[in-house]
Design a binder for this molecule. Structure first.
Ligand code: FES
Ligand code: FES
Length: 164
């Protein structure tokens, strides 16, 4: 199949890549752009390990063609780091609570939770659990992940309340 040059905006940087129309976003991010924080799990939209933010909303990169990302902003886990490479406060909460063991599911978990928190409000634990229904973890039993996200949501909510 003929390749064409597309320009993708990922983590605030432009990447010009030669791809075929059938190339998946997951493969292009991981193999062509070299983002190892985008993970292949099931390849069928079931496990959530390949989650990236697409214009701020979580999507499964294994279910999208890379050409669909032209003209949109894609954010992977490392896009949450600040310019000095420091962890995002949500990642800090995962560290504090031990919400990551092997770490394979962590990028998807963090990005799904990050998108939810950006929408605002103060989701309950049950609402957080529901939001993560498409993100599977084989290690942690979810409790520590939920603890981490719950504390982050509280932190964001408290910061907003302090703003004039
Ligand atoms: S690899 Fe995409 S949802 Fe599992
Ligand atoms: S920490 Fe290992 S799969 Fe979630």
């Amino acid at each position: 199949m003929n390749k064409r040059l597309v320009s993708l905006s990922v983590n605030g940087h432009r990447h010009d890549v030669w791809i075929t129309p059938s190339d998946l976003l997951l493969d292009v991010l991981h193999d062509e752009i070299g983002l190892s924080d985008v993970r292949y799990g099931c390849g069928e939209g079931v496990c959530g390990t390949c989650t990236v933010e697409f214009d701020g909303e979580p999507v499964s990169a294994c279910l999208m063609f890379a050409v669909q990302a032209e003209g949109h902003e894609v954010t992977t886990l490392r896009g949450l780091l600040d310019e000095d490479g420091a962890l995002h406060p949500l990642q800090q909460q995962f560290l504090v609570h031990g919400g990551s063991q092997c770490g394979f599911c962590t990028p998807g978990m963090v990005l799904t939770a990050h998108s939810m928190a950006r929408r605002g409000g103060r989701p309950s634990r049950e609402e957080i659990r529901y939001e993560l229904v498409g993100n599977l973890c084989r290690c942690t039993g979810y409790t520590k992940i939920l603890d981490a996200i719950e504390d982050y949501v509280e932190q964001v909510s408290a910061e907003k309340a302090e703003q004039p």
